[in-house]
Design a protein around this ligand. Sequence first.
Ligand code: CA
Length: 235
Amino acid sequence: MTIKDKILVVEDEKSISGFIQTMLEASGYDVILAHTGSEASSMIASHCPDLVVLDLGLPDVDGLEIIRSVRQWTQLPILVVSARTHESDKVQALDLGADDYITKPFGAAELLARVRVAIRHTRLGASSESVAATGKFTAGDLTIDYDKHQVLVEGENVHLTQNEYRIVALLGKCAGKVLTYDFIMKELWGPQSKGSNQILRVNMANIRRKIEKNPAEPQYIFTEIGVGYRMVDPD
Ligand code: CA
């Protein structure tokens, strides 16, 4: 008998939480429900779920506050579900440590795909574990060779500049996750770096020219508009 993954759904609108519960249970997950922020906090501590699906608009506390307090003691994956479409909310949720973000209204397939990715990432320690084992990240024709500091497409070195390489290397280590512009800037250019993302955009345009078949429709590095970039999941 396999042990089911347990998902805590935090959502005050019963019609939505019921919909999510039905969908997740049909896909073989155990589901527990919280309708307020305080219920959520105590259930996270007492039930040790494998994933939290968190609505930001709760009656008692802001969902962002829950992310902030949970992240002080656990790396439990958090998938934010919200009606808010403001980019600043997405950025804030991700910067506070949410693993992913899905905007209402969403379809069953999209939610299930995000849930699977979020749970798999914790289980495997993101892609960094396979990278650590082989020294390489591979997705389709793209390979990042961390030992040689090279990026290859179809086995050919694509000759990135040092900054371009560092951006691709960072995204590869966190593949599947959205990294915010601010996070990337701080990782690469230190905590003092702030202000314009222009340097990042210029580098990304050059990276795409070198690694993507069609830079306008990237298959490896995706733009989350107004938020950041996401590397495709590894093979
Ligand atoms: Ca709500």
